[in-house]
Structures are given as structure tokens and as C-alpha cells.
Design a protein around this ligand. Sequence first.
Ligand SMILES: Cc1ncc(COP(=O)(O)O)c(C=O)c1O
Length: 508
Amino acid sequence: MKFTAELVHKCSRQLSSCCSNIINSQVRSCHTQAAPTIPPCSFTPPPYKGPSLDEMKEARKTRLTPALFTFYEEPLIIHTGHQQYLYDDDNKRYLDLFGGIVTVSVGHCHPKVVEKMQRQAGRLWHTSNIYLNPTIHDYSKALTDTLPGDLKVAYIVNSGSEANDLALLMARLHTQRFDVVTMRNSYHGASPYTMGLTGSGKSKFPLANGFGVTHTMNPDPYRGPWGGYRDSPVQSLRAGEATLEEGGTVCSSSRKYLQQFQETLDYCVPQGKPAAFFAESIQGVGATVQYPLGFIKMAFEMVRDRGGLCVSDEVQTGFGRTGEHFWGFEGHGVIPDIVTMAKGMGNGYPLAAVVTTPTIAQTMAKAFHFNTYGGNALGSAVGLAVLETMLEDNVQEVSRDVGTKFILGFGKLRDEFDSIGDVRGKGLMIGVEMVESQGCHTPMSLARFSAIWENCRIMGILLGKGGFHGNVFRIKPPMCINQADVTFALEVFRVALTTDRELHCKQQ
Ligand SMILES: Cc1ncc(COP(=O)(O)O)c(C=O)c1O
């Protein structure tokens, strides 16, 4: 037999699938329940013919930045996507519950988007905005039509970091002020400017960043000092430490956090007058942290009273993901001055935008401001196709209906498993925070958390993870998943959590 690279690759995959079987049999041996079956799908992916796992690992090591990391003990080769499913090099099908980090909105390779993208690709990709082309105009109109109030001027860019960079520049120019406030545990990007906006030391390099940025206390109803009620079908186990006021629209803990916010403005910002306050409508990378009811509205009012602008970072929460509304900020009953968006906007195509009012937009006309790729013909055609598909496929309703059932299902698991500390979120933006036990809130150990995560993968679901302590499952799938997928995912979770409980009990 000839020992080809392909053969070595196949053997190593078989070995790893054999290891998987051992873990799988551990999963099964711990209880009588069989591993759940993934819902049927008639799509047949093509066979994988690319480089081996070892070749890819080598290329990563030597040809790509060492900052790149992969999920899972044995990195997954994913070569085909179809709707809510992904296929590995053995064509094993996975339910994708992370959507390329909250990016795949209407589904992998959605046929309507693919068709429109291919049509545009065969006609014109790019000219830069030095000529008129209908795509950017059609798209900017359709996009800004989805936004309320005076939010009618769009700057199309290529990434969420770029959008927040531009929003910061605009806010500073418009107010003629420099200082901005963001929240601890926020994530607004990784460019030098936005690294400063981001409120997590784990995302910062040790060099000057965040000049003029102050991070205020994070109003977290689960980990913060005052508990609180949030806008979710499942409340934190600490909700009752606070009370509801004003017909249930304001949580008493919001007032305590607001006091902290006021002190941040008073003590850290020149004359207490910020250029802007940046807030995600629900914290994404920070692991689906929702603020207590009424906080954002009161904070926006306080900033505006001091002449500052309010910026909503909708990079994760936009485009129907929160279910109840198309934009996450609408759930807080506010209209921001500037909105930034990306991720789901292009369904995986690099596309982002800043939308603001005509008055604020005028500040950008004071100097030469240019973005080579921003709003190129191909990107705009993709953006328009994605937006039209979102509306046609009712992704917002899918998020609301399927997402709510999903969250409630996790809520029931929290009643059953002491290892689930918190279940939160809205629509298809869900966080499940794992702890050593509900009584102590200590983040679950990495070893336990990873075992659950790996077991879920083996049983066919791909999950995100995050949060400052790395102990939160992040569930933000393409907004085309259905009830059968939810039932399957919850069953997989139950099996993985049961295994964890049995192993954990044995060790104690
Ligand atoms: C809320 C939020 N804002 C901004 C960004 C930065 O986007 P990008 O990675 O496209 O630069 C992210 C990325 O995860 C994000 O989640």
C-alpha cells in the first residue's frame, strides 16, 4: 500500500473519529438515553478534496498570524454550508448554532443571495464611488428605510471595527469634544481606535489605546451587585433582588447603575460632557449580557442632557436577531444618533455601515473622506439581496418564535441542572452561563465546560462560547433554524449536561 498524504490524513481522521466514538460511548455509558438524531436534510454536499488537516495546521503555523485560534481540541475542517448546517471533511453534518460568529443571518449559501451575487459578479464588481452606479443607491435607500426617525444617511464600510471607528470620529467632530464612555465587558472591535472602546482587558494589547475613553460599570443583572429584571423570556435567578417600577418598564437596579454612570461622567469626563456614549443593545462577545430594564433609556437621556451623542452598536443585535424588533435598540425604547452595523448585514460577505442623521453626517463633508471598497457594486448587491431575503423569509419572526422557544427550553434545563447559572437573551441571541453550582456562581472550570462543548460537537451541534470568564455558551444561529433543530439541540444539551453531572458527581 502506498503511504500517501491522503491516506495519512484519512487514518488520522479515522483515529480522531475513533476517539470521538470513545467519548461518545462515554456519553452513552453514563445514562440510558441514546445520542439524539439531527433533523433530516435532503442536501448532499460535494466530497471534500482539499488539503489534509496536517497540511492546514502547518500552513496556519507558518503562513498565517499566530494570533489565529481554532475551536475544538481537533480543529474542524468545514468545507460546505447549507442553510443552518455545516459539513466537515467527512461530510458529517452539524447544526450551526453560532453562524460564523453571529454573521450568517439568512442561512449559509442562501440561493436567492447566491443568485443575485452571481448576477452582479458577472456584470460589475467595483468602480469606487467616483462614478454613479445604481447598486449603492438602491441599497442605501432600502437599508435606511428599516431605521426609525432621522436615521437616514448611510456610510457603507467593510467591517464592524471600521464602522465604530467612523462613528467615533463623527461623534467627536460633531460635538467638538473628545471623551467617550463605553461599558465594561463591551466589545466594539479590534482596530487601534476600537480596541480602546472595547471594555475588556483580554482584547487589548499593551500599548496606548483608549485615549479619551472611559469604561463605566457594566449593568449586569446576573453578575453585578444588584441583580435585576431584563427584557428576556427567562429572568436571572437574581432578578428578585430588585423590583419593577413604572408599570414594569424600569427595574430598580437600573437606577443604581445609573448612579454609577453619572459618577463616571462626573469624575472621568471633562466637565462631565462626553462626545458620545457607545452601547451594544445586548452585549455580544461579552456573552449576551442584557441590561436591567430602563437602563439604556435613562443613560441615553443623561448623555443627551449633557450634549453628547448616543451610539448603538448593532453589529450583533441588528437585522431582526432579537426577534421583537428589527433593531436591538428599539427594544430599549430609544432612537440613537448613530447606529453601527455589520455581521448579519452581509450574511458573511464583508459589509458594514454607519447610519446617522443628515445633520451629524454633514460633519464628514468638512474634509476629504474616502473608503475605497465601501459600498462597492458587488457588496451593495449582496447587502440588498440579504436585506430583501430577510424581509421575504421573515427572519425577525423566526427569531422571535423559534428563539423564544429555544430560550424557554434552556430555562427548563436550568431548573434541572445546577450547572446552568443563567439563561438569557432575546430572539436568536442566547447566552447560557455555566457555573460550578447555582448557589456559588463560580464560573464552571474550563475542563468541565470544554467537555460539554466537545460532546455537543460530537453529537452534531456547533456552539459559540465567550464571556469574560469563558464560561458562557453563545447561541446565535442563522435565522432560518426551525423547531425541529431547537428540539434536537436541547436534547443534545440535556445528554451533554447529564454526562457532565454524572462525571462530576463521581469525582466529588
Ligand atoms: C458588537 C460588535 N461590535 C463590533 C465588532 C467588530 O466587528 P469586526 O470584527 O467586523 O471588525 C464586533 C465583532 O465581533 C462586535 O461583536
